[in-house]
Design a protein around this ligand. Structure first.
Ligand code: ATP
Ligand code: MG
Length: 145
């Protein structure tokens, strides 16, 4: 296993529900270090570009409206096997199918069907692209201790 970086977005539902701290606690409890973070209210152009891969999907416009409905917390995580590890912590895309103990089961199951609390990169290539989408290299903090 290697040290990887991955992009997390705490989505508008979880920010509105005051779950930022709860989700950050799970990162830290699982040896994922925060190396960059910012809060942002995405505009439509940004949300559409970020999720461009889903442009042709029937849920695309619903997804975009959701992602711009309130501020999000965007975080770069670093750690051993960070990409897969964070996907495991997140749980299945649809909260009702996520396993108990995952972020989506614990923190999104009571919400609207398409509102699933978090985003996480799904592969090394997408992680690198997504991190670059939101952060300049100098905004990522090398952990010196
Ligand atoms: P994310 O990319 O946000 O981490 P994911 O990788 O688990 O989630 P994707 O298939 O990439 O899932 O879908 C991106 C997002 O689009 C999902 O997180 C969810 O918010 C929304 N979405 C996916 N499938 C559906 C669907 N069938 N109906 C409504 N929304 C959906
Ligand atoms: Mg995805």
């Amino acid at each position: 296993m290697a040290v990887e970086r991955t992009l997390s977005i705490i989505k508008p539902d979880a920010v509105a529900n005051n779950f930022i701290g709860e989700i950050y606690s799970r990162f830290e409890a699982n040896d994922l270090r925060i190396v960059a973070a910012k809060m942002a209210l995405l505009n439509k152009t940004q949300a559409e570009a970020f999720y461009a891969v889903h442009k042709e999907r029937p849920f695309y416009s619903m997804l975009i409206e959701f992602m711009i409905s309130g501020p999000v917390m965007i975080t770069v995580l670093e750690g051993e096997d960070a990409i897969a590890k964070y996907r495991t912590l997140m749980g299945a895309t649809m909260p009702e199918f996520a396993a108990p103990g995952t972020i989506r089961y614990d923190l999104a199951r009571e919400g609207k069907a398409n509102e699933n609390a978090v985003h996480g990169s799904d592969a090394p290539e997408t992680a690198a692209e997504e991190i670059k989408f939101f952060f300049k290299p100098e905004e990522i903090c090398y952990r010196t201790r």
